[in-house]
Design a protein around this ligand. Structure first.
Ligand code: SF4
Length: 94
């Protein structure tokens, strides 16, 4: 089967850093946990999208406000979205 090419493009831990002012700084998607539930995409489609393996990846971490990104992380049934603040402290999951 020749289906692994795309999986190599996005690492198991996909991460992006926000540049907008605020405390929410880094977003990580643990793609080893993702079950393709799509709720992160439904809540914050500018930040999260699904790849052709039905796993979430990060697009633009500045495209939604902090509350929306937190809601997206909280919506994930397997806690695959991890959020860090500007001090490098993990703020979700707590
Ligand atoms: S909500 Fe969680 S499980 Fe669902 S697509 Fe997003 S990261 Fe994956």
């Amino acid at each position: 089967m020749d289906t692994t090419d795309d999986s190599k493009k996005t690492p198991d831990l996909d991460e992006k850093t926000r540049t907008k002012p605020g405390t929410l700084r880094r977003i990580v998607v643990d793609r080893t946990k993702c079950i393709g539930a799509r709720s992160c995409v439904a809540v914050a489609p500018g930040v999260f999208q699904m790849d052709d393996q039905n796993l979430a990846y990060l697009v633009d971490p500045d495209s939604e406000d902090e509350d929306t990104i937190m809601l997206a992380a909280q919506s994930c049934p397997v806690l695959a979205v991890i959020i860090y603040d500007d001090q490098g402290k993990q703020i979700f999951p707590e």
